[in-house]
Write a protein that binds this ligand. Structure first.
Ligand SMILES: [Mg+2]
Length: 307
């Protein structure tokens, strides 16, 4: 027997990137009506914690919603994704975030109306990995070092309106300070001591700018997490690094080294003020312990186009 009132639960962050919350709600309502779904929207508020968002989604799951959609930045997506770990309920990504990193990675249409139709009707799922830190879960990137310090200096408002300029302006003194830190890196059971200006633990390859990628073969559903270590110090180093990244020759770059973990990654530095950044926000300082959760979230993706 067909269930009536099957529900799609949507979490919409009204201040994320290009998002106009009303338009998102209208497009979703149309797509849901056409697919025979009812729609319930939760609009996040400025001070709302990630935990509260996760709890809201869990509640909707208990009430039997059959799909969950999220329109927001990386942080909101991670908060919603946390609730869906090890459940059968699929997640739909609506591309309204500043970078749309995950949406691009999964070929989700960047057109809002098409993305809403996919959210309501899509059948094809990709099971993707997540990174757990304490009780929180991250889907894209966890980083320590220079890049994280840049993010710490760049406020939310300036990120939104003057994003590119703000990043570059804030990056300059940080990059040219030539700071490096001593790190202990634990990759599964292997311990490595190194000096680096930046360590990126990446579940997703995209860097969030143009088509640039952190590495050559980073996949979000291979059960592995990629660790990209940046050794650049001087302006010349950074230019060499930029050149390797632009050419897609990460592995041969003298300024980069790569590691892969299947279970866990631990990064620690004795310096107290090195921020740890998870999916766009500061989540701690100086150390982080990441457990890889393989294939735990089901994301709705487009059907492959027949050749
Ligand atoms: Mg991977």
């Amino acid at each position: 027997m067909e269930h009536h009132n099957k529900k799609l639960y949507a979490v919409i962050n009204p201040v994320a990137g290009s998002c106009d919350a009303e338009t998102v709600e209208q497009e979703l309502a149309q797509a849901c009506a056409a697919a025979g779904l009812t729609l319930e929207c939760h609009f996040t508020s400025a001070g709302e914690s990630d935990q509260n968002i996760t709890d809201k989604v869990r509640q909707a799951l208990r009430q039997g919603c059959v799909r969950v959609a999220v329109a927001g930045g990386d942080g909101t997506v991670a908060a919603v994704g946390s609730a869906l770990i090890d459940t059968e309920t699929p997640l739909a990504l609506l591309p309204v975030g500043t970078a749309n990193l995950l949406a691009r990675e999964l070929n989700i249409p960047l057109d809002l109306s098409l993305a809403c139709q996919l959210a309501a009707n899509g059948k094809k799922l990709r099971h993707f990995d997540a990174m757990r830190v304490g009780r929180r879960v991250f889907l894209s990137h966890i980083s320590l070092g220079v890049y994280s310090k840049i993010a710490e200096r760049t406020s939310r408002a300036s990120k939104r309106y003057f994003r590119q300029i703000a990043y570059i302006w804030n990056a300059l003194p940080e990059l040219l300070s030539g700071r490096t830190w001593r790190f202990t890196l634990l990759v599964d059971d292997r311990e490595i001591q190194l000096r680096a200006s930046f360590i990126m633990v990446a579940n997703v390859g995209g860097l969030g700018a143009a088509e640039l990628r952190w590495g050559e073969d980073i996949a979000l559903d291979d059960g592995l997490v990629d660790i990209c270590v940046v050794h650049a110090r001087t302006l010349r180093d950074y230019l060499t690094l930029a050149d390797s990244i632009l050419r897609g020759r990460h592995k041969s770059s003298p300024k980069l080294s790569y590691y892969r973990a299947a279970r866990r990654v631990k990064v620690a530095t004795p310096h107290k003020r090195v921020p740890v950044r998870g999916d766009g926000e500061i989540i701690g300082y100086s150390s982080v312990e990441i457990t890889l959760l393989p294939k735990v979230i089901k994301v709705i993706v487009p059907e492959p186009i027949d050749p």
